[in-house]
Every structure is written in structure tokens, then in C-alpha cells.
Design a protein around this ligand. Structure first.
Ligand SMILES: Cc1cc2nc3c(=O)[nH]c(=O)nc-3n(C[C@H](O)[C@H](O)[C@H](O)COP(=O)(O)O)c2cc1C
Length: 375
């Protein structure tokens, strides 16, 4: 099946077959490593500001912030402190000028007219660099703590709600008056200005069939959760074929935590240190959030075995050469359109990536990875 449909252009490398490289902003304390032995990462604005500036200096294409309302606890208090992603990205838009600024909103939390205006505002603040990661909300406790869990709306129902939500937003961004009598949202001569100059970039990370279909219908990109090149190749093809059935092209991205070391042996020692420092309480907190029953908490199962690495995402540890090989393999084998990077310590990780990894990737993939424009 051909998946050869044109992507909507957004001024990023994937517009013309290149690879979009970005950073997952560390706006939650502890980042994506559940270990007492990981470098302390406080999730503060001061830290995120430095990260955004470094990402822009390195010539990366986007910075993205997630949205989280309840942490996992434990000795590290993992993700107990999180910044608001819209306020954060608006501030970071002011300290950058080129990198795209993508934020996240939960469809069950914001009225679409409020969200339409927030993103139109971010678009103005950033000079057209705004993007939105649309998330339905999956973890009941995160929302029931604030009386905002929609009882009686199941997983797929939450994507139906999201579909109405984004339809309303797209209309508010382009039409003078919107009247809509939906199952979840009702708009009556609803008006919203300013309009974004151009529709902001939309991305979703739905991994279910329903989430993928929603993405194919409404979004510009999807985050895939797989880690190795072969898994990603399958997932990327499925996502692109799903979009192609609707005559659309959806970009596919993956995530990678990158841990640099002077030698691969040193990297192994770092990984062992993280494993020794696993914050078990935080792991139990994460499992509760993922919907594991209390009876299962504290027992060994496949999820726990995998989590003992303490890495919450796919990861690569080693010298820059090792990292270059792994990322090259992903791009060569998987046909994904981009990658979102995570580091244990972003302030050393981004410059190392920019100096030692990016030039090699540019050589391996001529014309596909952006060259930074300074000044
Ligand atoms: C890169 C990435 C970013 C995500 N960001 C958020 C987020 O900010 N907030 C959230 O509640 N869920 C987030 N999720 C979870 C997804 O939105 C989605 O619910 C999850 O992947 C399960 O897919 P499903 O909804 O199709 O079942 C993220 C997932 C990924 C892979």
C-alpha cells in the first residue's frame, strides 16, 4: 500500500523527508529514570530555561513538554513536582526564536474554546512555532483527585471526546462563529480570536488502535513507544498505512533516553548504579497509575522486570559512537520521521549530542538533518 501522501509543511525537516530531532522537556522532577542514583533533576523553570536555550543552540527542531498532575511518590517523590506545560512553553518561546515549542493539553480538562485560545496565544508568542500534543488522559487517579474524571466514558469513548474536542478547536481557529451540538461539547455561536496564522502542529501518542485512528484522522504526527529499530519499523508502517487509508500522511516519532559515557564499560557501570538505586516505592506508584491492582503491587511480573532498569523509555548508553550507531540503525531500518531525546543530565547531554552526535548523523543522512543557523 502506498503511504506516499504529502505531509502538511511546518518548517521542519520531515516536511521534505528529513528527520525531526527534539527534546522531551524535563518539567517533572526525576525525569525519565526511576532511580535514587540518577543525577538530581529538579524539574524547575530555571533548569528548563537552560535546556531550551541549549536545544536551540544545538540546532534541534523542537522542544516538547508533557502534562502531568500526579506523581509516583517514593523516596525520590518522582514526578511529584511538575510545571504547567502551556505556561512553561509560552515562557520558553520567549527565550528561543527558532526551535518549535510543543505543549500538551488533556482533552478531559480544558474546554475546547479555552484550549483554542491558549494555543492561538502560544502561536502568537512564539511567532508561529506552536504545537500541541493532544492527550486523552488515561490514569483515573490523576483526574479523580480533582473531580475531573469523566465516569462512564471508557478508553475509546475518551478518544471520541478528543475527536469532538479537536474538531471544535480546528473550527474555532478558522471560522468566525462555531455552533456545534456534540455528545461531549456544545458550542453556541462560539467566537474565538486571534486565529493562529497557520494551523499549529498537532501530535498524539495514542498507542491503541483507537488512538492511532484518531491520530490518522486529525493529527500531523504520532509518537510510537517501541525501542528497537525492527519494532519501530513495524509500528511506523502500521501508523503510516492507517493514515494512508484516509489519504493522509502522519509523521512517526520515537523516544530515546541517551546516557553518554567515556567508554561502553563505563556506561554499563552507570546503568548498574541506576539499577541499584531503583526507587521501588515510586515504581509501585507508577504501577498504580498504570492501573495495576493493589494485589499485584510488590510482586514480580514482566512489567517490574523491565522497570528494574529504572529507565522509563527506550535508552542507549555508551560513547557518542555507540549512540550514533544506535540512532542511525533506527533511522535506516524504521523509516520513522524523528526522535525525541531525553538525558539524565540535559545540561551536559545536549551539548555532547550537538557536538559529537549531530555532525555524524548529518554526514550519514545528507540533507535530512537540519544544520543549526546561529545568530
Ligand atoms: C511521547 C509521549 C508523550 C505522552 N505525553 C503524555 C502526557 O503529557 N500526558 C498524559 O497523560 N499522557 C501522555 N502520554 C500517554 C499517551 O497520550 C497515551 O495515552 C498512551 O500512549 C496510551 O495510548 P492509548 O491512549 O492509545 O491507549 C504520552 C505518551 C508518549 C509516548
Amino acid at each position: 500500500m502506498t503511504t506516499d501522501f504529502e505531509p502538511t509543511p511546518f518548517g521542519i525537516p520531515s516536511d521534505s523527508g528529513g528527520k525531526d530531532l527534539g527534546v522531551f522537556m524535563p518539567m517533572a522532577n526525576g525525569g525519565w529514570i526511576l532511580s535514587k542514583n540518577a543525577p538530581p533533576l529538579d524539574g524547575s523553570y530555571a533548569y528548563n530555561r537552560k535546556v531550551a536555550v541549549l536545544a536551540e543552540q544545538a540546532g534541534l527542531d523542537f522542544i516538547m513538554s508533557m502534562s502531568k498532575f500526579r506523581g509516583y511518590g517514593g523516596e525520590t517523590g518522582h514526578w511529584n513536582r511538575t510545571l504547567d506545560p502551556v505556561v512553561l512553553m509560552a515562557a520558553l518561546a520567549e527565550v528561543t526564536s527558532k526551535v518549535k515549542v510543543w505543549t500538551t493539553i488533556h482533552t478531559i480538562l480544558q474546554n475546547p474554546a479555552v484550549a483554542a485560545k491558549m494555543i492561538a496565544t502560544l502561536d502568537q508568542v512564539s511567532g508561529g512555532r506552536a504545537g500541541l500534543n493532544v492527550v486523552t488522559g488515561a490514569y483515573k487517579g490523576e483526574f479523580s483527585q480533582m473531580g475531573a474524571w469523566p465516569e462512564g466514558v471508557d478508553h475509546d469513548g475518551r478518544y471520541d471526546l478528543a475527536k469532538e474536542w479537536i474538531t471544535a478547536i480546528k473550527r474555532l481557529w478558522t471560522e468566525d462563529s462555531v455552533t456545534m451540538d456534540g455528545k461531549y461539547f456544545q458550542l453556541d455561536d462560539c467566537q474565538s480570536w486571534p486565529k493562529p496564522e497557520k494551523r499549529p502542529f498537532l501530535v498524539c501518542a495514542g498507542s491503541s488502535k483507537k488512538g492511532m485512528r484518531f491520530t490518522s484522522e486529525e493529527m500531523d504526527a504520532i509518537f510510537l513507544t517501541g525501542g528497537n529499530a525492527q519494532e519501530l519499523a513495524v509500528a511506523s508502517r502500521l501508523a503510516k498505512e492507517d493514515a494512508a487509508e484516509l489519504g493522509r500522511y502522519v509523521r512517526t516519532y520515537s523516544m530515546m533516553t541517551v546516557v553518554f559515557a567515556d567508554s561502553d564499560a563505563d556506561a554499563e557501570k552507570t546503568a548498574a548504579r541506576y539499577r541499584e538505586g531503583l526507587d521501588e516505592e515510586a515504581l509501585w506508584g507508577m504501577m498504580r497509575a498504570y492501573g495495576f491492582l493493589d494485589a499485584e503491587i510488590g510482586k514480580e511480573n514482566a512489567f517490574v522486570a523491565k522497570s528494574r532498569s529504572t529507565f522509563m523509555t527506550p535508552h542507549v548508553l555508551g560513547t557518542p559512537e555507540t549512540v550514533i550507531e544506535r540512532l542511525s540503525e533506527i533511522f535506516e531500518v524504521s523509516d520513522t520521521d524523528g526522535l525525541m531525546l531525553i538525558f539524565p543530565d540535559y545540561l551536559t547531554g545536549i551539548p555532547t549530542f550537538g557536538t559529537h552526535v549531530l555532525p555524524a548523523l548529518r554526514e550519514r543522512f545528507p540533507g535530512k538533518i537540519k544544520v543549526p543557523v546561529h545568530g
